[in-house]
Design a protein around this ligand. Structure first.
Ligand SMILES: C[S@@+](CC[C@H](N)C(=O)[O-])C[C@H]1O[C@@H](n2cnc3c(N)ncnc32)[C@H](O)[C@@H]1O
Length: 727
């Protein structure tokens, strides 16, 4: 949804084809012993030369403002190792066969070069026989979280469970590890370290103890939040602390860590309780005081849906990445069965247009945004190629896989939040733990991301402001505006919302928070829907093509109508649309008359009432005409035309047309389809009413405000955005 899917762009298709050819070439070697495998020394020399060349290049580029485009691909899915190490048999590098998952086997390897970090962390590794090979560890922590040299520094000893030997595109051989639990890092004292390697090894361990030590450093500096945040192992922190915190007077530090872990898991009520307890026993702890007030605010957001949205905006622009410290609010909605659509999100009570349904913090959010100078400085984009599903995307998708597998691996209690999401036909392995370690199937996560990911701007408000700067003749529907974003994330609750072209909700973003509001008044037990793709205005097949990826065809009233619309009628609408654009240079009374007649002709191509089937080819030209009337200072025509825009989108409004009886209110009997430009449409009405029907001005302003709130997520910025219009 709204991500940069470039699968149909020729240059990227070529990438995909080349990759598939390479994979076919590799596949033809399946089961063979690698030929002419390089000796350990040859491999090390080659690797070190590449490492030096890369660091030279990095020095040259360091000061440049640039966009860094990396390419990575998702191999064909294979299951993580589901066997205990005790049930696996040891093999050596020389035993390995190409393009083969060595099920039931494991390797013990030691790195003999420093690591490099590209799409994966890579180093040359050897076995006890002195044979060497390249090892590629995918989806490990990012460099700023944990340096590659800490993960796979020279001398690191690892076990690779059920190794997969692949032929790489440069003709070399490598072991690729995609599942985090398929690699076991062995500390020096581990009994499984071969005798010949026992001496002179650097101490390393990825155990919770190491993280505790690291966290302690932060704790000593009173950086409590960083102490837990650094490790991101909230499950482990909680279970470690559980036993000590039941003592009659638990230590201050223990309570604080517990509160932090609970806060990071968004368990704010429990967090508040722990902090209150802490405050009673340690009243001088000022950090606890601050944390308690923060946790109380989060709890308020979580339970009431009340946010200081201006503050959220400010934080989104200040933080990079814009990961906000705010709670998720789940409004009057619940997940229920939606028949052939699988599960869906339904209202639990009646709601009004503009009401907040969800304000959800992303489970994971990959930021790749170029709208601020700071973010442009380090715009890292990845071209993610998936030859299994023939898709190529640009943006943060690859990072999102890494973020999610890491988060689940460290916090298995969160696993169902992701694995319960729609994953199409992918068959999960069904094993969640082996040898006391969480098993996270990277390919399941990838599949879930591909079906549930949302592209997102840094701020919908910012995008909206940019859009209203556009010239009047470029005014267009959202489909043509092409809302596509490099940043992306997973919002689990919003992922249960199904698509409908004639939808009743809209999403917007502030940093990594997604805001979902109703666009219509809804009865209890109504299924909430929004757009996965903005519907193509004219053409059933073209519209449905966009949903192919999700495996459904939309059967809403608009789609059914499109399906039965004759090709000649569609062609006529297209012709009229082209003709419409020809009459703006210059604008004269004659050209306006022509525009009016074209719009009337477009309206004539529809047979169903707009109140049942919104008219996607009509509303945008009608809005352009409204703005021409605004420029020509013709308020009565503005009112007539603006109401026609709303009617074209399915609104049924009473009491707004001229002539009218003073004192009768304007009533929206039915809300229609919501387009962003409707904020301006209501504002045009507002100003026109001020001149010819002043008693309706405030009402129109109120509807503009509600529409704005739906589009940008909040209405706290409405007055300052339209200060000039409203005065
Ligand atoms: C993001 S998930 C939405 C939640 C999903 N229905 C579930 O059960 O988890 C997307 C999937 O929902 C289903 N879906 C969404 N909109 C649909 C629609 N209008 N008609 C049929 N299926 C739909 C498709 O299977 C699609 O791949």
């Amino acid at each position: 949804m709204d991500t940069h899917n470039v699968s149909s762009i020729p240059e990227y298709m070529q990438y995909l084809l080349t990759l598939k050819q390479n994979l076919r070439n590799a596949e033809s070697c399946k089961g063979q012993h690698p030929k002419d495998r390089k000796s350990r020394d040859q491999l090390v020399l080659r690797f070190m030369l590449q490492l030096m060349m890369r660091s030279d290049l990095a020095n040259v580029r360091r000061d440049e403002v640039r966009t860094n485009l990396r390419t990575t691909f998702v191999p064909l899915p294979y299951s993580p190792c589901l066997n205990s190490l005790l049930d696996l048999a040891k093999v050596m590098i020389n035993d390995l066969l190409l393009e083969t998952h060595h099920r039931g086997k494991f390797l013990v390897l030691r790195s003999v070069t420093p690591p490099t970090r590209m799409n994966a962390i890579m180093a040359v590794v050897e076995d006890e026989d002195g044979d060497a090979i390249l090892l590629q560890l995918y989806y490990q922590e990012e460099e700023d979280e944990r340096a590659a040299k800490e993960i796979l520094g020279e001398g690191t000893i690892v076990i690779v469970k059920e190794p997969y030997l692949k032929l790489m595109s440069d003709g070399e051989y490598g072991i690729r590890v995609d599942h985090l639990s398929d690699i076991i890092f062995l500390p020096r004292y581990d009994g499984r370290v071969p005798k010949c390697w026992k001496l002179g090894l650097a101490e390393r361990t990825a155990s919770v103890n190491t993280w505790k030590t690291k966290g302690n450093g932060y704790f000593k500096e009173c950086n409590y939040h960083a102490a837990i945040e650094q490790t991101k192992r909230f499950d482990a922190a909680l279970s470690d602390l559980e036993s000590v915190s039941i003592a009659p007077k638990p230590a201050e530090k223990v309570l604080f860590r517990k509160a932090q872990a609970l806060s990071s898991l968004q368990r704010y009520r429990e967090c508040c309780e722990v902090l209150k307890f802490l405050r009673m026993d340690y009243p001088n702890n000022m950090e606890a005081k601050g944390e308690l007030s923060r946790a109380i605010n989060r709890l308020l957001e979580q339970e009431s849906g009340k946010y200081k949205f201006k503050q959220l905006h400010a934080e989104a622009f200040k933080l990079c990445p814009p990961h906000l410290d705010h709670a998720t609010y789940v409004g009057p909605v619940t997940v229920k069965d939606s028949g052939s659509r699988g599960r869906g999100l339904f209202t639990t009570k009646a709601v009004k247009a503009g009401d907040l349904l969800l304000c959800e913090k992303a489970f994971a959010h990959a930021f790749a945004d170029d709208t601020t100078a700071a973010s442009r400085q380090k715009l890292d984009l990845t071209l993610l190629i998936n030859p299994g599903t023939d898709t190529v995307t640009i943006g943060g998708r690859a990072e999102l896989i890494q973020l999610i597998v890491q988060k689940l691996y460290r916090n298995p209690s969160l696993m169902p939040v992701i694995t319960d999401l729609h994953h199409g036909s992918y068959m999960p392995a069904g094993v969640s733990e082996v040898d006391g370690t969480a098993v996270v199937d990277t390919f399941l996560v990838e599949r879930i991301i591909s079906l549930n990911v949302f592209g997102c701007p840094l701020s919908s408000h910012q995008i909206y402001l940019r859009d209203i700067e556009e010239e009047v003749t470029q005014k267009t529907n959202a489909e043509e505006a092409g809302k596509k974003f490099y940043s992306c994330g997973i919002w689990p609750m919003a992922s249960y919302i199904n698509h409908c072209c004639y939808c009743n909700a809209q999403r917007s973003f502030i940093g990594d928070m997604m805001v979902v509001r109703a666009t219509q008044d809804l009865e209890p037990n109504t299924e909430i829907t929004f757009w996965y793709h903005t519907p193509v205005a004219n053409g059933y097949d073209e519209r449905q093509k966009r949903f192919q990826h999700w495996g459904f065809k939309c059967d809403c009233a608009m789609c059914k109508d499109e399906q039965t619309t004759k090709k000649s009628v569609s062609a006529k609408r297209n012709r009229l649309g082209v003709d419409f654009k020809k009459h703006f240079h210059p604008i004269t009374a004659a050209s306006i008359a022509k525009i009016e007649s074209i719009i009337a002709a477009i309206a004539d191509t529809y047979s169903q009432p707009a109140s049942k089937v919104p008219r996607l080819c009509l509303w945008a030209p009608q809005l352009v005409l409204t703005e021409l009337y605004v420029r020509r200072k013709q308020p009565a025509k503005v009112i007539d035309s603006a109401l026609a825009v709303l009617a074209a989108l399915g609104y049924v409004i009473e009491g707004g047309s001229l002539p009218r009886t003073v004192g009768t209110p304007m009533v929206i009997k039915q809300w229609g389809l919501l387009e962003d430009s409707l904020v301006e449409c209501w504002l045009h009405l507002c100003k026109a009413y001020r001149l010819v029907a002043p008693d309706l001005e405030k009402q129109a302003e109120q509807y503009a405000r509600i529409t704005y709130k739906i589009v940008v997520g909040e209405d706290e910025t409405f007055d300052e955005t339209f200060r000039n219009v409203l005065k």
